[in-house]
Design a protein around this ligand. Structure first.
Ligand code: SGN
Ligand code: CA
Length: 500
């Protein structure tokens, strides 16, 4: 699993931005799930949903300020009890110590976001600092653990990269690799949010206004950083060895002079920032792909490749300039959708694809099902095994909608609270808390979600059908009266609402 890697940046999903040959190998030799959705597109919440197979309102981890109740049931605990050797390496982000793992080594710097260079870890409770680039180190640790594991037992490893999370710092070998590349712009880069409500208009995650010159765009010379060493970019820059700093300086010098001499304004400036954002984000993805290749090669060399169910995913998708944005959180396609590709030649036909609606709460029951471990009744997700092993075809009674509920507001990026459903053809969203606004999209004819059909008289019947389905889904998943219950849960926010 990666952090914030989106399907637009995977060539096996048809992304036009870069080639990801090792991820593509997993998809080509396995299955690509085209409608796998995060139920709360944010790191901690998504990870908690994956571990428990339950929605945020059931596992208690609703936003990144939550603390995971590690005493609850998780799939690694169930696998461990069934004789699996379990481990988690890399990003954890659930604040409490991992439980249910024979080995754990989690990133600890920057409130568990981890650092790109010389990252700090907590390894089975002990603080360690490693030298090097985080994506390589997490892979080294994964391979080393596999090498020394108890080979008489089956294993379950959660291999969790930090990349390509903000602030997108490439590996030394990839610094500047895209300096002369111009990436295609998404058609909605200059979106004006016409026809949509306050949620889209009042977010704070735009390439134009939110990307910072220093942290995100890296438009500071070493001399400037040294003049103000409290600068946040300097805090991560100073972790690099001198030789890497030299390379960094020479690579970003070109960008800094272009910016300072360019006198760019308006859309030209947005386009320019978008290019810099893509250059850094995509270079961090290249290192992820290379390291997936290393891990696949290791498994192949040791004869375990075809014995292992390999799942590649990310905690959520991400905006790569669509709607003018970066980040995630919204129930819009680019970030609600998660990559999900699975390789297991013993049961999964190479080259399959699936439109079945899947959610991240399905991961836990799927793993248990493949391992032959009973799926507890309180797990809310469904095993995807019947879909994965039947060339992507869903059983006739498969679910009709993915449910979504996002809570982290008021907070960074100002994405309002909302919930909704995504069916194969439509999406219905309700933004609430300090607004009361609905959106409805025809996903077949308006895949970029630009034309809000809510309240459109031509769609009265469709809207009524979706409203009913939403209510049914909320009852099924026990997220009844979400607006009221949430207000109860977040009493502290009343003050915020009253102050507005
Ligand atoms: C950091 C980032 C945000 C990001 C959150 C959550 N800010 O706070 O841009 O949305 O993480 O990301 S930064 O200034 O520190 O880069 S998540 O993937 O962990 O949920
Ligand atoms: Ca994330």
């Amino acid at each position: 699993m990666t952090d914030d890697h989106t399907t637009q940046a995977m060539s096996c999903y048809g992304g036009r931005l870069i080639q990801t040959p090792n991820m593509d190998r997993i998809a080509n030799e396995g299955i690509r799930m085209d409608n796998c959705y995060a139920v709360n597109a944010l790191s901690g919440p998504s990870r908690a949903c994956i571990l428990t197979g339950k929605f945020s309102h059931m596992n208690g981890f609703t936003d990144n300020a939550s603390t995971f109740d590690g005493s609850q049931q998780t799939f690694p605990k169930l696998l461990q009890a069934a004789g699996y050797q379990t481990s988690v390496i890399g990003k954890w982000h659930l604040i409490t110590e991992p439980q249910g793992f024979d080995y754990w080594c989690i990133l600890s710097g920057q409130h568990e976001q981890g650092d790109y260079y010389n990252p700090d870890f907590i390894e089975n409770g002990k603080h360690v600092v490693e030298q090097g680039y985080v994506t390589d180190i997490v892979t080294d640790k994964a391979i080393e653990y596999l090498e020394h594991r108890d080979k008489s037992k089956p294993f379950c490893m959660m291999y969790h990269q930090k990349a390509p999370h903000r602030n997108w710092m490439p590996a030394p070998r990839h610094l500047g690799m895209f300096n002369n590349t111009t990436f295609p712009e998404p058609g909605t880069l200059f979106d004006t949010y016409e026809g949509r409500g306050r949620a889209a208009k009042e977010q704070d995650m735009s390439i134009e206004h939110t990307l910072t010159d220093d942290w995100d765009l890296k438009l500071l010379t070493r001399e400037e950083m040294l003049k103000d060493t409290t600068n946040r970019l300097y805090q991560v820059y100073k972790r690099m060895p001198a030789a890497v700093q030299d390379k960094w300086d020479s690579v970003y010098a070109q960008r800094i002079s272009e910016y300072r001499n360019g006198n760019l304004k308006g859309n030209a400036l947005i386009s320019w920032k978008y290019q810099q954002y893509m250059r850094d984000y995509l270079a961090t993805v290249v290192a992820v792909d290379e390291n997936i290749g290393r891990l696949l090669n290791y498994l192949e060399k040791t004869g375990e490749l075809d014995n292992t169910i390999i799942v590649y995913t990310s905690d959520q998708g991400f905006f790569l300039g669509e709607h003018g944005w970066f980040d995630k959180r919204f129930m819009y396609e680019e970030c609600q959708r998660m990559p999900m590709i699975v390789r297991y030649p013993k049961a999964i036909k190479a080259g399959s694809t699936s439109n079945a609606i899947a959610m991240n709460i399905d991961f836990a029951p799927t793993f248990l099902d493949f391992a032959g471990v009973e799926i507890p009744d309180d797990i809310q997700g469904e095993s995807l095994k019947p879909v994965l092993t039947n060339e992507g075809n869903a059983p006739a009674d498969w679910r009709k909608a993915a449910y979504y509920h996002y809570y982290e507001y008021p907070a960074e990026h100002s994405v309002k609270r909302h919930y909704g459903i995504r069916t194969t053809d439509f999406k219905l969203i309700h933004f609430y808390n300090d607004v009361d606004e609905w959106e409805m999209y025809d996903m077949q004819n308006d895949p970029h979600e630009l034309n809000n059909l809510y309240g459109n008289p031509e769609y009265t019947a469709k809207q009524a059908e979706l409203m009913l389905l939403l209510k049914e889904v909320q009852e099924q998943y026990k997220d009844n009266d979400p607006d009221e219950r949430i207000t109860e849960l977040f009493k502290g926010d009343r003050r915020f609402m009253e102050n507005r």
